[in-house]
Write a protein that binds this ligand. Structure first.
Ligand SMILES: N[C@@H](CCC(=O)N[C@@H](CS)C(=O)NCC(=O)O)C(=O)O
Length: 223
């Protein structure tokens, strides 16, 4: 099999990069990751050489190039059908896809006002009140996934075991920690489980080891 290479942005800041990286970690597929730093004078040229969209993440697999985080996750689900990257039940799978797409396409106020900054504590400068509706909706999404289907849960993730839906929301858990967003019992337990998950901790440690600092007040783009 051709090597899978995932090009990603700075781990401290690039929430879109984190999502397929978590899926790759969970899939068991061997892969190489290459960090291509954001917000450098040559970033755009580097990204355009890697992806027609000129952004990261982008996955290279032989001659195949896949961009857009959720499209990469879907490709990985096809490559690793035994990894359980979507729920096996069709109704649950449709629900998981709905909330994954809702994250991918929405929550602009959350992304604008609570940009990911994994290693920081920004509770004192939190702008969470500007994203209150998004935060309420995300709490509802997590609670319904955890409780809403009258089934036995076999793990701490949204549908029991890890799926792509979790990958889409893990950066939100990190943001809620950074900006001091607290949730009721079910949401709080989900956040605690994610923050303690070895794959998240591995990303967090790598983010903490990075030295680049991006001032996201001039970042100028929702992440
Ligand atoms: N919709 C894209 C968003 C990708 C994206 O905005 N990536 C950011 C980094 S998190 C980026 O490459 N920014 C650099 C730029 O736009 O020049 C996805 O889901 O992959």
């Amino acid at each position: 099999m051709n090597e899978l290479t995932l090009y990603i942005g700075n781990k401290n800041y690039s929430s879109w990069s984190m999502r397929p990286w978590l899926v790759l970690q969970h899939s068991g597929l061997p892969f190489r990751e290459i960090v291509s730093p954001l917000r450098q004078p040559d970033s755009k040229a580097r990204f355009l050489a890697l992806s027609p969209a000129g952004r990261v993440p982008v996955l290279h697999h032989g001659h195949v190039v896949i961009w857009e985080s959720l499209a990469i996750c879907e490709y990985l689900a096809e490559l690793a059908p035994g990894a359980g990257l979507w729920p096996s039940d069709p109704a649950l799978r449709a629900h998981a896809r709905s909330i994954a797409h809702e994250m991918h396409a929405g929550f602009a106020r959350l992304r604008e006002n609570l940009p990911m900054d994994v290693r920081s504590d920004r509770r004192a400068q939190s702008r969470a009140h500007l994203a209150a509706d998004d935060i309420t909706r995300i709490g509802d999404i997590w609670r319904q996934a955890r409780q809403g289907f009258g089934r036995r849960m076999d793990g701490p993730f949204l549908f029991g075991s890890f799926t792509i839906a979790d990958a889409m929301y893990v950066p939100v858990v990190s943001r809620f920690r950074t900006y001091g967003v607290t949730l009721e019992e079910v949401g709080a337990a989900y956040m605690a489980a994610i923050l303690d998950w070895p794959a998240f901790k591995a990303w967090e440690a790598a983010a903490a080891a990075e030295t680049a600092v991006i001032d996201f007040d001039i970042f100028g783009q929702p992440r």
